[in-house]
Design a protein around this ligand. Structure first.
Ligand SMILES: [Zn+2]
Length: 138
């Protein structure tokens, strides 16, 4: 369906279009988000694009209090932590993403396995547009 290479650049281009695209191994069915060109499960390179619908469950998370500069610029710091996690996707595979709509200062209230849906965070415009994948509670 898509002729783009299985790369982080293509993954980012799709995110800018508000699509989550991964690669699926034609041999064993393993799925990767962002896409990989070689399957780490069976080591074949016969992959195809697959669109991920954006539902999943929280598999792991961390509350980040010491933020990188671009997150500090958005107002996150020791007093205002944010949540980053791993989401087990309903369509297969798992992805790292920001977790929004939870109180990162109360990690005891954030539940592993909670259902989540994807949202797209846009920063900048035109050529500088960057889209970040985030998830929020369903
Ligand atoms: Zn495989």
């Amino acid at each position: 369906m898509e002729e783009r290479a299985f790369s982080d650049i293509a993954y980012q281009q799709f995110l800018n279009e508000e699509k989550i695209m991964g690669s699926s191994c034609k041999e064993c069915g393993a799925r990767f988000v962002p896409p990989r060109s070689i399957c780490v499960n069976c080591y074949r390179s016969d992959m195809e694009w697959v669109e991920i619908k954006g539902k999943g469950r929280l598999a792991a998370f961390t509350s980040i209090t010491v933020a990188p500069p671009f997150m500090m610029a958005q107002g996150y710091d020791r007093n205002n932590p944010y949540c980053s996690g791993v989401v087990e996707l309903e369509d297969g595979g798992r992805v790292d993403a920001r977790i929004e709509g939870v109180d990162a200062s109360k990690p005891e209230d954030i539940k592993i396995g909670m259902p989540l849906k994807a949202k797209f965070l846009h920063r900048g415009e035109g050529e500088n547009l960057e889209t970040y994948l985030a998830f929020e509670p369903l």
